[in-house]
Design a protein around this ligand. Structure first.
Ligand SMILES: [Zn+2]
Length: 280
């Protein structure tokens, strides 16, 4: 294909960061760090292999997603427990923090609230960084494995994709039919999943997760949360998902109270300050 004479010059233009984050309200990581030393476990939930579980976390509690029996990836949805229309906004979280998130970064909620729902306070895979393939862990670029894309690409009916697992869990939690629960399911945080984009074709890739039993990702709940976690049928996501081929393992969710007075000075974030006028 012909290209303009100044093609190279145009390509040489330096990128700028879309959303510089130096004006974002900073989480008080020192406070969270001292509160972490006072934690008492108050609840546990298991997401069975190729299935999902729901759990509630109160604002001011911590929760951990833990690998227990084998290398396993989890697909996480979060909602404001008091208003399910406020949900995790993967795309905006990606725009603010990048393709993968770790300690000190946050899961942001949908419009119009656009506020931190949860802050990552510890990540035992924080050492991984970005590997030579451009891969890293805990991505906000994937959507969730789902039976529609599977039918499109491979054909057939598979009912244990993360999308369906989350749908069943939410339907059971709310006591509503699947058709009513399904629209609540949204793009996930891919916990423990190791992913990136290929440098040559820009395609989304996955590779065997570096997670091992004992590893965990820990969050501080900034608002009252309903969570749903699916143990992906892809297991460690080293080969394929949307099938029963891979070894899949359960994931553990643990909820913790902080000690008396440990969160002195912390306040739940208020909804976004935009007035909703939209120029009308
Ligand atoms: Zn999945």
């Amino acid at each position: 294909m012909s290209q303009p004479q100044d093609a190279d010059a145009r390509r040489m233009v330096k990128p700028v960061i879309c959303y510089p984050v130096h004006t974002l309200p900073e989480p008080d990581m020192e406070l969270y760090s001292s509160a972490r030393a006072t934690l008492t476990k108050v609840a546990e939930y298991i997401a069975p292999a190729r299935d999902a579980v729901t759990f509630n976390v109160k604002a001011g509690q911590f929760f951990r997603i833990r690998s227990v029996e084998g290398s396993q990836v989890g697909d996480l949805n979060l909602w404001n427990a008091n208003d399910l229309t406020e949900r995790f906004y993967s795309g905006k979280t990606r725009a603010l923090h990048g393709t993968h998130i770790t300690t000190g970064q946050r899961m942001w909620s949908s419009f119009p609230a656009l506020r931190p729902m949860a802050t990552i306070t510890h990540d035992t895979l924080g050492w991984y960084g970005i590997d030579d393939f451009g891969g890293s862990v805990h991505d906000v670029i994937g959507t969730r494995c789902d039976p529609y894309t599977h039918a499109l690409l491979a054909g057939g009916q598979y009912h244990n994709c993360c999308h369906s697992n989350l749908t069943r869990a939410v339907a059971a939690h709310l006591g509503v039919p699947a058709a009513q629960a399904e629209p609540l399911v949204h793009d996930v945080l891919n916990v423990f999943m190791c992913t990136g984009f290929t440098r040559d074709t820009g395609q989304y890739f996955m590779k065997s997760s570096p997670v091992r039993p004992g590893d965990y990702l820990e969050f501080f709940a900034e608002i009252d949360l309903l969570g749903a976690l699916s143990a992906c049928p892809g297991g460690d996501c080293s080969s394929e998902h949307s099938s029963d081929v891979a070894s899949s393992y359960p994931l553990l969710v643990e909820v913790f109270d902080a000690g008396e007075g440990a969160l002195e000075g912390w306040r739940a974030p208020a909804p976004n300050l935009y007035d909703g006028g939209h120029g009308l």
